[in-house]
Write a protein that binds this ligand. Structure first.
Ligand code: AMP
Ligand code: GLY
Length: 415
């Protein structure tokens, strides 16, 4: 098989690495990939990026399957375009991708199908939003409706802060249209979990749970990033929590997908918060998580590519997903200054082979890897215990160096 993987992050490197293990795969094109996928077995990076160019590439190169990593091409409708051209592609159609692409749509969907989630109101009128906020209890959460690269959610401590956020999102239009409509939501508290799942629109099979570490500094301090590390399974996802998740979140979501006739053969990722009143759904993502993918896929015993093909056939009801025992940890190394401004272009010292190192903001020049982004790479390792996997992931990280390397020292530390 010839496979096209769309995206450039650690997530896409982990996907390409996992499917490269299937003997029927002889070539994986990564669009655009990164410096590490350039060196990965069976992989080749390509430059095509627009949907039209990717479509032409897939046709010209007789691609057997396309896997979409990031949310933007999904919400732009890449799956619909490929399907219209009789090309096999794994991911939700444009309408189903709105479960991630529009918070207002997803909250309405959750309410309609009784998915357990925070109370909310949607506003398109600034004055109405401010009148509502005057009477609200604090803290309160304000969310931009559209995609905002993980920066569209603000927890407001008081009315003044909330008013400023409304101004910033709706009037100053900080997110180029994505914040013209906002969701104002009840504040919840508790540890968070990521539950990536595969669906064919008829069945949803949850993957092993995982936990992201979003803030830049140890102790979950500082601004949010794209994710500084992850562990799997998530220690807060007890049997009881997972049972409630299944009853109050997963099953009603599946009912909604079926009832709305959504074309969803892809990954549905539930971002949940485990409150004193049980798990609540914070958000859906219509794709795999980054860096969750980098810890979840190495624990998967089942052949991921076979699973994707079963999903595309609509055959998940007859599938099971098996997991290795033990734990997985990944630690992300970032460029000094990230998530604000940072320099790039520094040589990366990295042990060979690359196994357990997933590249992200990395480029390759004549076999030398150089930093090329905020989150540069991550090291991932398995262990019989959580501690063993943490120690092994940090052990790999200690062998890597570049100017200004920064990583959290407390990934996996559970309070
Ligand atoms: P979302 O994109 O909706 O997952 O929100 C991003 C982050 O904001 C989540 O991972 C939570 O840390 C936080 N968050 C979102 N919704 C709430 C809420 N209702 N209460 C408290 N924190 C929230
Ligand atoms: N790690 C969170 C996400 O991928 O959205």
């Amino acid at each position: 098989m010839k496979i096209l993987v769309i995206g450039s992050g650690g997530r896409e490197h982990a996907i390409a690495f996992k499917i490269s293990k299937n003997p029927s795969v002889h070539k994986i094109f990564c669009a655009p990939g990164n410096g590490c996928t350039a060196l990965e077995n069976k992989c080749e990076n390509i430059k095509e990026s627009s949907i039209d160019d990717l479509l032409n590439f897939a046709k010209d190169n007789l691609i057997d399957l396309t896997i979409v990593g990031p949310e933007v091409p999904l919400t732009e409708g890449i799956v619909d375009v490929f399907k219209e051209n009789n090309l096999k592609i794994f991911g939700p159609g444009k309408k189903a991708a709105m479960l991630e692409g529009s918070k207002a749509y997803s909250k309405e969907f959750m309410k309609k199908y009784n998915v357990k989630t925070a109370e909310y109101e949607v506003f398109e009128d600034k004055e109405k939003a401010i009148t509502y906020l005057e009477k609200s209890e604090y803290p309160i959460v304000i969310k931009a409706d559209g995609l905002a690269a993980g920066k569209g959610v603000v927890i407001c401590e008081d009315f003044k802060e909330a008013k400023d956020v409304v101004e910033d999102f709706m009037v100053n239009d900080r997110f180029n249209g994505a914040g013209k409509k906002i969701v104002i939501e009840e504040f919840l508290e508790g540890p968070e979990a990521s539950i990536l799942s595969i669906t064919d629109g008829e069945t949803i099979i949850p993957f092993i749970s995982s936990k992201d570490h979003k803030q830049i500094y140890d102790g979950n301090l500082g601004p949010n990033t794209g994710g500084m590390g992850a562990i799997a399974p998530n220690p807060y996802c007890t049997k009881e929590v997972l049972k409630e998740f299944d009853e109050n979140i997963l099953k009603p979501t599946l009912k909604g997908i079926k009832s709305e006739n959504l074309d969803f053969k892809g990954i549905i990722f539930f971002g949940i918060m485990i409150t004193k009143k049980g798990p609540y759904l914070l958000e859906y993502n219509a794709r795999m998580g980054d860096p969750e993918t980098q810890v979840v896929l190495p624990l998967m015993k089942t052949d991921f590519l076979e699973l994707i093909l079963e999903s595309l056939k609509g055959n998940l009801k007859n599938s099971t997903v098996e997991w290795k025992d033990g734990y997985s940890t990944c630690v992300v190394a970032a460029s000094k200054g990230y998530p604000k401004s940072y320099d790039k272009g520094f040589n990366i010292e990295i042990p060979k082979p690359l196994e357990g190192v997933f590249g992200a903001g990395v480029k390759e020049e004549k076999g030398i890897l150089k930093t090329n982004g905020g989150r540069v790479l991550c090291t991932q390792a398995l262990g019989k215990s959580l501690k063993e996997s943490i120690d092994a992931a940090y052990g790999k990280m200690k062998k890597i160096d570049f100017q200004g390397i920064y990583y959290r020292k407390d990934i996996g530390k559970i309070s």
